[in-house]
Write a protein that binds this ligand. Structure first.
Ligand code: 13P
Length: 249
């Protein structure tokens, strides 16, 4: 059964006091049964947020992690450390990480492996730039990102992953992919997975859409047959908007 998921990626926003205030408002809101809501704050908030979430069904995610268990990697955080503070999901391969931190699908495949090995679930991001779409390269780009980042996994491991399609041109721009554009790519990702792993795996993996998801467009996007929820940036920084999106299925 595909999980319905709305994940709020806070990116590098909100200090601890601001973050706690937002989290308390989200906890106070009513999120429908059947939606897995995930809050993904900066690393430094994770430990105290886990305690605040202990009596709720809201899950906690991190925005990145390192592929090694431990060692001389100044400034990095391991999957085991995330696990130890109650994190369940880790975003990997966000386009901002790919663009500003030179991450590529092959190096991300090591992070994916480590996250799964530690019992966490990757939210693996893919998506094309505007130039790539204009050149008609988007299907090939996305297929390569999915294949190079995930296809070293076995079936059970892949079923632990969530995929997020985030067209770079729709992130933070207010420009959303139309439901038809998003559905086309989601169906393509599912078909790519089916070709490698078979229909059972492809049908059971959740594929989220990200890129200017707002309360006024979430329902139409989430109604598409291959869209299982959203990875939300800006609108996740407002409790009412985030809750409204969570309840848009
Ligand atoms: P926006 O919702 O602000 O466009 O951000 C999307 C995103 O990058 C989520 O990871």
């Amino acid at each position: 059964m595909r999980q319905k998921i709305v994940a709020g990626n806070w990116k590098m926003n909100l200090d601890l006091a601001e973050g706690k205030e937002l989290l308390l408002s989200i906890i106070d809101g009513q999120i429908n049964e059947g939606t897995t809501a995930i809050v993904i704050p900066p690393f430094i908030h994770l430990n105290s947020f886990k305690q605040m979430l202990s009596h709720t069904k809201i899950a906690l995610g991190a925005q990145n992690c390192h592929q090694q268990d431990s060692g001389a990697f100044t400034g990095e955080v391991s999957a085991a450390m995330l696990k130890s503070v109650g994190v369940e999901y880790v975003v990997l391969g966000h386009s901002e990480r790919r663009e500003y931190f030179m991450e590529d699908s092959l190096s991300l495949s090591f992070k994916v492996t480590k996250v799964i090995e530690k019992g966490l679930r990757p939210i693996y991001c893919c998506g094309e730039t505007l130039a790539q779409r204009q050149e008609g390269e988007h299907f090939e780009i996305i297929r390569a990102q999915v294949k190079n980042g995930l296809f070293h996994l076995n079936e059970m491991e892949l079923l632990n992953c969530v995929v997020a399609y985030e067209p770079v041109w729709a992130i933070g721009t207010g420009e959303t992919a139309s439901p038809a554009q998003a559905q086309e790519i989601h169906a393509f990702i599912r078909k790519t997975i089916a070709t490698e792993y078979g229909d059972m795996v492809a049908e059971n993996i959740s594929i989220l859409y990200g890129g200017s998801v707002k309360p006024n467009n979430a329902e139409e996007l989430f109604n598409c047959p291959d869209i299982d929820g959203g990875l939300v940036g800006g609108a996740a920084l407002d409790a009412n908007s985030f809750i409204a999106i969570c309840n848009s299925f």
